[in-house]
Design a binder for this molecule. Structure first.
Ligand SMILES: [Zn+2]
Length: 124
């Protein structure tokens, strides 16, 4: 497969710190939490996992039914994203198998990547 991993673009620039990696606060300048000081947002995989962990921490502390429901949903999102990564890898393997499989593998990769956002779409 000739696809390339997502690279830094102005669209990846952190809008919280405007690419500087630092933000001002009541106690002075601190490292930007959104980009961890890099000035660029991490990959969608990292952003989604970070958000899932935030949800787990926030709702697990509440306990009860809401906590159980959120944990179930977070687990399902993780399981589904893991399956998409496996589908993307299988599509990449099938792409090198021959012309008969190339169209199907490209479609598999495109659909899985549409959710995962690991590669830029024009590279398919
Ligand atoms: Zn930032």
């Amino acid at each position: 497969m000739e696809s390339q991993p997502s690279t830094s673009t102005p669209a990846n620039r952190c809008q919280t710190c405007f690419g500087t990696g630092e933000v001002g606060g009541p106690h002075g300048i601190v490292t930007c939490r959104d980009c961890t000081g890099l000035g660029e947002l991490p990959s969608s995989m990292v952003l989604v996992e970070r958000r899932l962990r935030d949800l787990e921490v926030r709702y697990t502390a509440e306990g009860g039914r809401v906590s159980a429901d959120v944990q179930w949903l977070v687990d399902e999102v993780r399981r589904s994203r893991h399956a998409l990564v496996q589908i993307l890898a299988a599509g990449a393997d099938a792409d090198s198998a021959g012309d008969g499989h190339r169209a199907l593998s490209k479609k598999m990769c495109f659909l899985a990547n549409d959710v995962l956002d690991l590669y830029q779409p024009q590279s398919y």
